[in-house]
Design a binder for this molecule. Sequence first.
Ligand code: COA
Length: 375
Amino acid sequence: MAEYERTFADVKKTGGLAGIVAADSAVSTVGIEGRGLSYRGYAIEDLAAHASFEEVAWLLLRGELPSPGELSEYRARLRRLRVPPPFLSEALSQIPAGDSMMGILRTAVSLLGNLEPERGRDTMAVADRLVAVLPSLVLQRLGKSLPDDEETLAGYFLGGMERAHPAEEVRRCLDVSLILYAEHEFNASTFAARVIISTMSDVHSAIAGAIGALAGPLHGGANEEAMRLIEAWPDPDQAEKGVLDRLTRKEKIMGFGHRIYTVSDPRSPVIKEWAYRLAVTPERKRLFAVAERIERVMWDTKKLFPNLDFYSALAYRFCGIPTELYTPMFVLARISGWMAHVMEQRSNNKLIRPISRYTGPEPRMYVPLVVEERR
Ligand code: COA
């Protein structure tokens, strides 16, 4: 057993399946010896510096990096698959305004399972369709038109949001963020997808379940909460005081801590650097300074480091993405990792069914109810 795996005795203490190896996987490594992340053997730092999201999605789904020809064919294929079925767009438009985008995406994937059922189709074709179509559904829900001249997901999404060609630096920042969010081993949403697919259920059910799991603030929802935290204070000093108050009240500070990483989250410095690069106005510099002070306070008081969600919040803000879209952006990226895991689970399936430790009443006698007869 590797050193980083915990024993069952530890799990009894910590709960939440912490440290339990649930299956073999060749998709990614997370936090070996408390740090480090690789997708199919490639270090996240290298992918974030040199690759594009489409390359990474191909890598996760097909196991190897694409050749230049394969990449351009893949991009062209995704472009063709972007337009949602009209019935889906129409049905989603009936959902009242104000409902969360995560709820919309969950329903969209479920309905897509009815409109374009997997039956008899190649699972890879379903994966490509989901990677391509989900960004369009978000844009449509926002009442935006769908650009037809953008090759990459980052360009397509930003183009749809701004209705103009986005700056190259902003486009690349979003591309990097999608790479960082694409995959993360057996996190809660991926595990939920694998549990569902392990019953031999369909892909759309697995992905709808994963979206539901991702929505919670202890998982994907943390990036939105981190933004609300950072913008709650006008300057670093007040942020420091506010965070210390919250810690005294035993509140959790979203965007900090991690179940697997114990030393640092390798994705955080990458996205922090991007947030720093885009912090070019006085207002952005102020938000960045507040964030850095929160980072320092969390380290000094709790030895907790920022996870990917913390500085992603600022990076998204500086890319012009509204806060309520931060977790949906996570979906647009993670769909590639989820589908890689769904296919891996299917290729060597075993029903995932753990056991619980019973803490209920001792065996007791059932006494039938006496029903009084009416005279
Ligand atoms: N803020 C304040 N305290 C935190 C904390 C945070 N973000 N994360 C962990 N802690 C503290 C807990 O209060 C607990 O302290 P205690 O032992 O004194 O009670 C201890 O650290 C262990 O935390 P716990 O929640 O049991 O660890 P976990 O492994 O179950 O949780 C997370 C991991 C990610 C759920 C947790 O760190 C968290 O809730 N973070 C905030 C949400 C977030 O950013 N999620 C995105 C993860 S990528």
